[in-house]
Design a protein around this ligand. Structure first.
Ligand code: BTN
Length: 321
């Protein structure tokens, strides 16, 4: 089904608004005109605006502004990420679904949703996920020790920051995983892993990016520290193109992660860090540590130099400055 459907979309797109007859489509795909018509009906039901000119054929007038797998995969330059996409209009949390299916899924599979009703943030917090954002989870099977799984959070943060920077915005990374523009959060990352003894079975990289929302779409209690790409750019973005660029960038960084010493990623990450050099206060479930952020360990722990000159490494916490 998926293959024929996307081939019809592609044929109509390639025709650039000139009519394509049902017969021509049928011959191309090896199906009857009636079957073509059924595909067209289903595409129309999904929001593709397709006109049918009697005796001349079908014209694609517009495509829906949704994250449909057909749209994402058409023109996607990756060879691993997004080859399989599970798409939902609404879910509780893409990370929860990704974890349910991860064991039997291929590496690189994606779970993506238009809205999340139970979006999860770090440290048990809620993640607000209305229409207009990109809420997704990437299933990875890197075969690394569990203690290195947090490195993938840095990989993902770097990829998001790079793609946003390529659009001319000064995206920076706040430890451990917030991508910010002008000091306001535009993306959060929640990495979850399952491991057997010490080797990970899978890692789920949950990535939430505020793309086309206005600030009024974000509840007041979260609004002050948040921004969206639309707000920062002053224009609406084609989420599909942004996502294709992001998946390509993430794949490049993932290849580098697997083939190069981790210092390559770490140095790039440090160059975009918003945190290093600042006086910070980090809250962990058991205590609060204050001092100057002076570096990050290869496993992503924040190194803090305290007032008495001693250094401490914090693996997870909420960082304020
Ligand atoms: C944070 O900054 O606290 C992390 C936020 C992570 C949000 C993403 S959205 C897609 C995926 N599904 C979830 O429930 N959470 C992550």
């Amino acid at each position: 089904m998926g293959d024929k459907r996307s081939r019809i979309i592609k044929a109509l797109k390639d025709a650039q608004k000139t009519p394509v007859s049902g017969e021509e489509l049928g011959v191309k795909l090896g199906i009857s005109r009636t079957m073509v018509w059924k595909y067209i009906k289903s595409l129309q039901a999904d929001g593709y605006e397709i006109e049918s000119a009697p005796k001349r054929g079908y014209v694609l007038k517009s495509v829906p502004q949704l994250l449909y797998p057909d749209e994402i995969q058409m023109g996607l330059k990756t060879t691993l990420l997004g080859q399989k996409i599970h798409y939902f209009e609404e879910v509780s949390s893409t990370n929860s679904i990704a974890k349910e299916i991860a064991a039997s899924e291929e590496e690189g599979a994606l779970v993506i949703a238009e809205i999340q009703k139970g979006g999860r943030g770090r440290m048990g917090r809620e993640w607000v996920s209305p229409h207009g954002g990109i809420w997704m989870s990437v299933i990875l099977k890197p075969g690394i020790p569990l203690r290195h799984a947090s490195r993938l959070t840095l990989v993902a943060g770097l990829a998001v920051a790079n793609v946003i920077r390529n659009m001319g915005l000064d995206a920076r990374i706040k430890w451990p995983n917030d991508v910010r523009i002008n000091g306001k959060k535009v993306c959060g990352i929640l990495t979850e892993a399952k491991a057997e003894v010490d080797r990970v079975d899978y890692v789920v990289l949950g990535i939430g990016i505020n793309v086309n929302m206005d600030l009024k779409d974000i509840p007041e209690s979260f609004r002050a520290g948040s921004t969206t790409l639309k707000v920062e750019l002053g224009r609406h973005l084609r989420r599909v193109s942004f996502l294709q660029d992001f998946l390509f960038e993430l794949e490049q960084q993932y290849i580098s992660f697997k083939t190069q010493p981790f210092s390559h990623i770490l140095n790039e990450w440090l160059a975009l860090s918003d945190t290093i050099g600042r006086d910070v206060k980090v809250t962990t479930p058991s205590r609060i540590i204050e001092g100057k952020a002076v570096g990050v360990t290869p496993d992503g722990a924040l190194i803090i130099r305290k007032a008495d000159g001693t250094k401490e490494e914090i693996i997870a916490g909420r960082c304020i400055y």
